[in-house]
Design a protein around this ligand. Structure first.
Ligand code: UDP
Ligand code: MG
Length: 325
């Protein structure tokens, strides 16, 4: 029988876990009507990303109660991207479904993903039909961001497509080989390729709690996405440098000619100040962009592990876990 793993990152979700369990049971028992009588071996990998509430204890209880639920507890909050990698590393099935613990990703869409997987697709992503109750600024920001990201790369990152997806074993293996510690998994899914298709789903409201994606985290993730996915900003800095130099040379020629023809009493203070300010600003922006990339090189050169496990369910210890060096 084919084995499907569900990977669920959990960060301060103690109020959602009971509802999550109830929602998953029909699927795990192969009694979900969407499965059309098909049966699979199921396992759920819950990765506790350093929660400060009782999520870790609840997950452990769940494992003791139902051994199909495995748990991995990270030593602190490493962020969703790294928590996902911890789950990928522990994957032993034929396909993996990634979903959020807050049930914003409907369980009812999973059988449809499995059907597409059985049809031969290797990466079936969920496409949000609406973005739910998100602020207008977040929606607008997302739209502009994906526009910019896709213009600067030749591998498209789809908007309204997140981590809710089914991955074939081959895709998970490929993603596991990418060990960068500053991760942008959404970009990695696209980068590895494989046969993709999408299914539509309606985002539900969180069952409990509130989002952890503060504007600061979202901005960091967005910058991470651009800088880990493309070096286009460096090129923009170069192009901008060329344009400004060209304009400066034209202006210089104009000033020299004007001085030769009319002479030059000391004048032009505002022009000098404006030029210095504009050039200074451009130089700082370019330095900032270069700095972002140097920062990334610095962090990656330390070769620290992307996450540290403090505890995991005993079944994992005996299992053949393929943690890559
Ligand atoms: N999450 C995580 N680590 C974090 C932040 C979030 O593992 O540092 C998990 C969280 O428990 C949830 C999923 O990632 O299962 C999505 O988080 P959230 O619902 O806060 O994000 P949103 O749906 O608002 O984008
Ligand atoms: Mg959510």
């Amino acid at each position: 029988m084919k084995k499907i793993s569900l990977l669920i990152p959990v960060y301060n979700e103690e109020e959602s876990i009971d509802a999550l369990y109830t929602a998953l049971i029909p699927l795990l028992n192969n009694t979900h009507t969407g499965l059309n009588g098909k049966s699979y071996d199921w396992e759920v990998i819950l990765v506790d990303d350093g929660s400060s509430d009782c999520s870790a204890e609840k997950i452990k209880e769940l494992h003791n109660f139902d051994s199909r639920f495995r748990y991995v507890r990270l030593s602190r909050n490493f962020g969703k991207e790294n928590a996902l990698l911890a789950g990928f590393d522990r994957f032993t099935g034929d396909a993996m479904v990634i979903m959020d613990a807050d049930l914003q990703h409907p369980v009812s869409a999973i059988p449809e993903m499995i059907a597409q997987w059985e049809n031969g697709f290797e990466d079936i992503y969920g496409r949000r039909l609406s973005r739910g109750k998100e602020s207008i600024t977040r929606k607008l920001f997302t739209q502009i961001y994906y526009g910019l990201l896709n213009k600067s790369t030749n591998v498209d990152v789809l908007p309204n497509v997140g981590d809710f997806r089914l991955l074939d074993r081959k895709v998970v293996d490929a993603i596991c080989r990418m060990r960068e510690s500053q991760r942008y998994t959404k970009g990695l899914y696209c980068w590895v390729g494989f046969k993709k298709t999408g299914i539509d789903f309606q985002t539900s409201e969180r069952v409990a709690g509130k989002t952890h994606m503060s504007p600061r985290r979202l901005i960091n993730l967005a910058l991470e996405g651009i800088t880990s996915y493309t070096t286009a900003p460096l090129r923009v800095a170069t192009v901008l440098g060329f344009i400004i130099s060209l304009l400066s040379i034209c202006y210089m020629i104009y000033i020299v000619c004007k001085t030769l023809v009319y002479g030059e009493p000391i004048q032009g203070f505002p022009t000098i100040i404006c030029t210095i300010l504009i050039l200074g600003g451009c130089q700082l922006i370019a330095l900032g962009i270069i700095g972002e990339y140097i920062g990334k090189i610095y962090n990656e050169s330390k070769q620290r592990p992307p996450y540290i496990v403090s505890e995991e369910s005993p079944a994992d210890v005996n299992n053949d876990i393929k943690i890559k060096p």
